[in-house]
Every structure is written in C-alpha cells, then in structure tokens.
Design a protein around this ligand. Structure first.
Ligand SMILES: *Cc1c(COP(=O)(O)O)cnc(C)c1O
Length: 368
C-alpha cells in the first residue's frame, strides 16, 4: 500500500500533521510518483487557481500508478472535463442555494442546521458538491462568524441536530473545535451534533490521536457521517480510524455519491457496502451526483442508481443498503428513490415482485 513512501518512518506516516504538511499540490510533485496522462496534465494546468489540487500521501498511496482510470485517481487528480464548458455549462456553482445571511449557515429543515467550519480539505475531491468554495483559499471561520452561528442556533429552539461540515470540519484546531462543541453543548435544545467529514477516507491518521478523540468523546452524542466511495478506500488505516471512533462512542455512518467511472457499477457498490459493514460502518445514503459546475462529468442517470439499489436487495443485509436519494435544486430537500415492487393493485389485493424470484399475490386483510 505504501509503495511510494516506503522510506517514510512509521511515526511520520501515522501522523496527521505529516500527512497534511506533505500534501501533493503541484503537477511536478505528482509526477514524482505517477506517470500522468495528457488529460491529467492539462487538467492540472487548466484548473489552476479555479479548482486547486491537494492530495495526502496516504490517499495517493491508494492510487494505481499504471491505470489512469483508477477510481482514486479520478476522485483526486484534476481532468480537463472540469473546465470544459460543453460539459459544465448546465451545472451551477451553488444549486442548493446554501449561501444565506450568516456565512456558512444553511437552515433548510426546521430541526436541522448545517454549518461549514472551513474551506480547507485534506484532499480536494474532484466531485465536490461545494467546489465553489475551493476558490476562497484555505480559510477557517473566524471567532465572530462562529459566534453568529452559535447565536442563530441559540435563537432557534426548533434546532435539535447541528451538522458541521466544510470543507473539512475536523481539520480545525483543537481549540476552535472545543470552542464550537462546548458552546453548542450549552444550548439545551441541541440534542445531537454531527460531522460531515471525509478524513477517515483521506487522512485517517487524524483519529490516531487520543487527545483529539478525547474532545469528540467529551461532547457526546456526536455522530460522524463519512464518505467512502470505493472498496479500495477501505484499508487497515481507515478501519483503524473507524474502530477508534466507535470505541469512543462515536457512530460512523457513510454517504456515498454515485460517480460515473468511479462506482457506477452494481458489483463495485456491493463490494463497497459489504466491506463497510465489516468495519461496522452503516451505509445510510447513496446520493445522486448533484448538478454542480465543475463536477457535471461525474453524473449518471437516475435509472443507474435505482438499478444499483435493486441489485443489492437480496444480496446483502438490509443494514448494508443505503437510501438512494436526489437532492432537489433550489434547496427543496432530499428525496428518496426506490425501485417499485408493487406491480398490480386492486383494492386490498396486491401483486408484488419478489426481490428473490417471481411474483407474489398478497391480500392485505384490513384489521383496523
Ligand atoms: C442533507 C442536509 C441535511 C441533513 O439531512 P439528513 O437527511 O438528516 O442527513 C441538513 N441540512 C441540509 C441543508 C442538508 O443539505
């Protein structure tokens, strides 16, 4: 796994700081490890200053240097399609109208609020739904911005669930993290706090630090929603990160995005979800790829997603089948999509298509 970095001592390899400080951010840096294709070279040149690149040594070590279509490469190395107007013109920088009055705060569902803590990420995913923020540089919310968010939550008693996202929310300093969490915990109506973090996938070393885990444990209940997209991302290190979180009482759930060329295959998804269950991560959502400018080339059809969840049913525990969902543009909410198993209905007589084989008549006798 560490083929490119065999000489790096284990203490450094297991250090989150080392992983972040040694991120590969230039074409020349990347060429030391990987023979780039012309599409990738042009991709890096043409996205410069618009959609920057950064890749942790750990995530780079998962790439196949021989295969330009490697799923890790597709998620981390810029390609020309990102700036191809023909492909991207139908996308919007912010299709969900996330930007509102308080910077970083989106309050769409009454009981839940989303707040982005920073624009920094360990790796800039090429399919990011918030690609628009890449251009702001690596900027962490100031104390004043955090205070106006906290004030908002205090004033809205209907908020039970605070979702901290980014960028990479768990990349902020321990002091800032503790400031946000301790203040949120002083608000009686805040029941749960969630982090949308991809660090278990991109730099799992973050969770090898007991002092950092102490903070997460202290402000329980904290949940983590992470973002594994491909079975190759489930490694000894990512499994260790998850295990350490679970031991501290932090449940880890997964939100996959359906991406063309990366995971738009029923068998890849089946393997991904089986491997997630083995490391005790529950796949909760499979998201349809959003119409975000710069990421349009990753989009597949809705039928593809339905076909995948239909394929999974019967082949893996129900715990391993996520809800396939599409986020409606304009901030109109997430909608679950499911194959239809009712093929006919006459009053209380239904005909179901079995996920195993054949059809089943089922009279639903009313007993109310
Ligand atoms: C997705 C999302 C949430 C959380 O939705 P869940 O279904 O509870 O995971 C909350 N706020 C916003 C703005 C969102 O986009």
């Amino acid at each position: 796994m560490r083929s490119f970095f065999r000489d790096v001592p284990m203490e450094l390899w297991r250090s989150y700081r080392w992983q972040v400080q040694n991120r590969i951010k230039t074409k020349e840096g990347l060429k030391r490890f990987i023979e780039l294709t012309p599409e990738e070279e042009r991709g890096i040149d043409m996205t410069e200053g618009l959609y920057p690149m950064a890749i942790t040594p750990y995530y780079l070590s998962l790439m196949d240097p021989e295969d330009p279509l490697d799923p890790i490469r597709l998620q981390a190395i810029p390609r020309v399609e990102e700036v191809d107007e023909g492909v991207q013109s139908l996308g919007e920088p912010d299709p969900f109208r996330e930007e509102g009055e308080i910077p970083g705060l989106t309050h769409r569902y009454p009981d839940r609020v989303l707040f982005t803590l920073t624009t920094f990420c360990a790796v800039y995913c090429r399919h990011c739904m918030r690609k628009r923020i890449f251009q702001n540089g690596e900027r962490v919310r100031t104390k004043e911005e955090i205070d106006s968010f906290l004030d908002y939550v205090r004033r809205h008693e209907e908020i039970r669930d605070v979702l901290l996202s980014g960028g990479e929310p768990l990349s902020v300093s321990e002091e800032k993290l503790e400031y946000v969490l301790s203040n949120l915990r002083k608000i009686p109506h805040v029941e749960i706090i969630r982090f949308g973090t991809r660090l278990p996938v991109l730099a799992p070393q973050r969770f090898f630090d007991d002092r950092f885990l102490d903070i997460l444990e202290r402000y329980s209940p904290i949940w983590i929603n992470t973002h594994f997209n491909h079975p190759k991302e489930i490694t000894e290190e990512s499994a260790e990160a998850v295990e350490r979180l679970l031991r501290r009482g932090v449940p880890v759930n997964n939100q996959t995005v359906l991406l063309k060329g990366v995971n738009d295959s029923p068998d890849v998804m089946l393997e991904l979800f089986r491997k997630l269950l083995r490391i005790k991560v529950r796949p909760i959502y499979l998201f349809h790829c959003d119409p975000v400018k710069g990421a349009m080339h990753f989009r597949t059809s809705i039928d593809k997603g339905i076909q995948i969840v239909e394929y999974l049913r019967g082949k893996i525990s129900g715990m391993g089948i996520p809800t396939y969902a599409v986020d409606l543009p304009g901030g109109k909410g997430k909608v679950p999509l499911s194959p239809n198993y009712i093929v006919n209905r006459e009053g209380s007589r239904l005909v179901f298509r079995s996920p195993l084989k054949g059809f089943v008549d089922y009279e639903i006798k009313e007993c109310y």
